[in-house]
Design a protein around this ligand. Structure first.
Ligand code: ADP
Ligand code: MG
Length: 396
């Protein structure tokens, strides 16, 4: 689970990371108030979306930059007004961008150098890896591509933990000496402590900056948590409600469905994550793109199927619906009743393709047939996928 920068900052602050003072705001007036409380500028106003590249981003209405420096509270209010409610497009959001509902207003210390610091789980060496570079900032992806040697990595034995000498060594390779080196080693140790304590899967500080007065400061923070560990961190789990940005996902979460919104045009309803992945793959193979990942699960009831169907039918990007169910515990007749129920409630304007297999297949088919609805069916997966791809391309 990813969290917003302002949430990551408040967690990291508790571990003693050097975080410039600031607070989140949802209105321009609130943003001004945060600046007033921070007293003197300069300030930085930062769009809070779950995607990076904000500094180089651009709003759909033409406003440039998802991160802007401001000299006083008036300007903070003005910039917040331009950002809030706007849609920010960055290289990570896709062309549709993300709506900005919150901004972070923080003190903006003068930056002398931008470094990179991150901890993540390296699946290959099966341990946490601490990464650091003297060349942090908005171009870190290019550095990684063109000069991977400039990004240093230290493996941590999870049983031993991070040794102080490892943190100092990384600090040295990040180009730091003297008091700054000691501060960096301290920050690295604190970040590692946070990472383990909170079951994080990624903690990235980019940039970690050398600022005026010979200090280090966390200028940007991106943190993700392992969802399997969330039950141990109710406080972090509560962030989830603020984090769900996609209206489709919020509704699906309420209905207890496993749903991930995507940007394609074929709405998918599948049972089982593996089958859902395979379904998305085969749609891609035949030139289609899924609008979502939706796993209704093994134990879904008719009501959940109806709700899932409702979410798919309300999604304006969906041009065809593909229902692909293997009837095991969730039987084909139940899914068929769910479909018929949903179709009669939310009149669909898009073609529906259904492939059922498994328990009570005949009964399921009969229910679809008897409904008198124009539901296309296929027995073979390849046929069904091609039907769905073709259906999505039909003029409406
Ligand atoms: P993103 O990574 O989403 O682009 P950042 O928070 O890293 O957002 O900000 C992007 C860039 O904006 C930073 O790399 C830095 O160059 C600049 N920036 C952010 N905060 C400050 C600040 N306090 N002072 C000067 N520049 C800043
Ligand atoms: Mg950044």
């Amino acid at each position: 689970m990813n969290v917003f920068e302002y949430q990551a900052r408040s967690l990291l602050a508790r571990y003693g990371m050097p975080i410039p003072a600031g607070d989140v705001a949802t209105t321009p007036e609130e943003a001004r108030q945060v600046a007033v409380v921070l007293t003197d500028g300069p300030f930085v106003v930062k769009s809070q979306i779950l995607a990076g590249g904000r500094g180089k981003g651009r709003f759909l209405n033409g406003f440039v930059g998802g991160v802007r420096l401001c000299s006083d509270a008036n300007q903070v209010e003005e910039v917040a007004r331009a950002m809030l409610g706007g849609v920010l497009v960055t290289r990570q959001t896709g062309p549709e961008g993300r709506r900005v509902d919150r901004v972070l207003v923080a003190k903006a210390p003068r930056i002398l150098r931008e470094l990179y610091l991150a901890i993540l789980i390296d699946r290959e060496c099966r341990c946490p890896v601490v990464m650091g570079s003297a060349r942090g900032g908005v171009d870190i992806e290019e550095v990684a591509r063109e000069d991977p040697e400039a990004i240093h990595r230290i493996r941590v034995d999870p049983q031993m933990g991070l040794w102080p000498y490892q943190a100092r060594e990384l600090g040295l390779r990040m180009g730091l000496r003297g008091p700054l080196l000691l501060q960096a080693a301290d920050a690295i140790a604190r970040l590692y402590h946070f990472f383990c304590d909170c079951d994080a899967s990624l903690a990235e500080i980019n940039p970690l900056a050398v600022v005026e007065d010979g200090k280090l400061a966390v200028i940007d923070a991106k943190v993700s948590f392992d969802e399997n560990g969330l039950f141990r961190h109710p406080e972090i789990a509560r962030y989830r409600t603020e984090v769900i940005e996609d209206g489709r996902e919020a509704e699906a979460t309420k209905a207890g469905l496993n749903y991930v919104g995507l940007s394609g045009d074929i709405g998918c309803m599948v049972n089982g994550a593996g089958l859902a992945m395979a379904t998305m793959d085969i749609l891609h193979r035949y030139g289609g793109t899924p609008a979502n990942f939706l796993d209704v699960g093994g134990g879904a009831d008719q009501d959940q199927v109806t709700k899932g169907f409702g979410i798919l039918m309300k999604d304006p990007r969906v041009r065809a619906i593909f229902v692909h169910i293997f009837g095991g515990i969730l039987r084909c007749d139940v899914i068929a009743r769910g479909i018929v129920d949903a179709v009669s409630q939310v009149m669909p304007k898009v073609p529906i393709v259904v492939r059922l297999q498994g328990t009570n297949l005949e009964e399921g088919r009969a229910i679809l047939r008897r409904s008198g609805m124009s539901i296309r069916t296929a027995d073979d997966l390849a046929d069904a996928a091609q039907m769905a791809v073709a259906a999505a391309k039909e003029p409406r």
